[in-house]
Design a protein around this ligand. Sequence first.
Ligand SMILES: Cc1ncc(COP(=O)(O)O)c(C=O)c1O
Length: 446
Amino acid sequence: MPMPWPETTSRSDAGELHLGGVGTVSLAAEFGTPLYVYDETTLRSLARVFRSTFEAAYPRSRVVYAAKAYLSPAIVSLLWEEGIGLDVVSGGEIEAGLFAGVPANAMTFHGNNKGEDELRLAIDKGVGLIALDNDLEIEMLSTLAEAAGRRPQVLVRLNPGLSAETHHKMLTGAVDSKFGFPIQTGAAREAVDRLVEHDALDLVGYHAHIGSQVFDPLLVRETVVRLMRFAADVYGRHGIAPRTIIPGGGFGVPDDGSDEGVSLTAWAGAAAAAMREESARIGVPLPELIVEPGRAIVGPAGVALYRVGARKRIPDARTYVSVDGGMADNIRPSLYGAGYSAQIANRAHVGPSERVTIAGKYCESGDILIPEISLPSLAAGDLLAVPMAGAYCLAMASNYNMAPRPAVVMVADGKARLIRRRESVADMLAMETFQFPIDRRVVSNG
Ligand SMILES: Cc1ncc(COP(=O)(O)O)c(C=O)c1O
């Protein structure tokens, strides 16, 4: 099957969609729906493609997985087995990465408002690289490092003033952004001048991330050039050579699989060429290049399975087909218009015969998973499979309408392993701490 489906996707003679050699009908029967299915083969092969492509283009390179796309300890530990480190953005992600067996020194720590407790955790655990995003972080980290007798390696998060041609909510590199120090305004230069006064911080390089769903390698090249030119300025003024450059993640992969996605070879080639040219220009040894793919690694490996329920035909408008999930497990269509495709999983041999709207089950008119799609006529009980669901779906899942978060399975070689059990209503209620009936002395004003 072509993208957007996982590599091991196949169809039985009876028309049942199989993932990793396991039938989706039996997956749904055993684990219930909505169910998120990750294909181990696809995860491993994408991890290997990333590593080998970057190693070939630029041997001093490293790949870290942007855990925000979906932090499953099972997936993170599998990626670590493949030599892929971890990009984390919170204390929780540091803890979860450690729980998964990823050493702290293989982690890069980002975020635009790291708390003191999170910075302390990063120092205590020995997180490999900490990207400093603002003055408060510089001050806090320096104080904490001094107190702990450590000298953490830090990057400065730069805003290179570039905007990827992508949805405005994904943009992080334009000048008006909450992320990083803008180069253009001089703020980044001033920040480095202050940072180098702190002996407790070891400035090793620069980081930027210009947004998600970047398809143009020229933007990658330009990002690296801007980071390296900034590095040249710091080298000239402070004699600090760049040792690490991170031009971020954001490798474009269309949610609906409508084309191949960004060419990794072109991406890696563009970054590598800019690294070589600019290092030679500055006259410094080649810095390490780190890239941070999230979506491009887990997105294509994950498929969401939903059970079809009610149908509603609105004459002269549309036919709604509702499924048993929606914005609580995948908010991306309502949040920023992400366009997904789908396939009927229990009768995958049947061709499309109607145009429908796939609606979620939650109490928002905007809870529409797919605004328009051609599918075979769907009936209650059918199974709908949504590919490219591995990234930023479960990661952003909520308990809206007291919806328990879905179970997650990993499939490989004809076997399915439950890697996260379905949440229960009891799990959600377990966090409610008030005593019932309410003690009036606590709630009254008197
Ligand atoms: C700093 C940083 N690196 C990497 C990523 C991963 O982006 P993507 O999942 O699009 O590859 C993000 C996403 O927001 C990010 O902010």
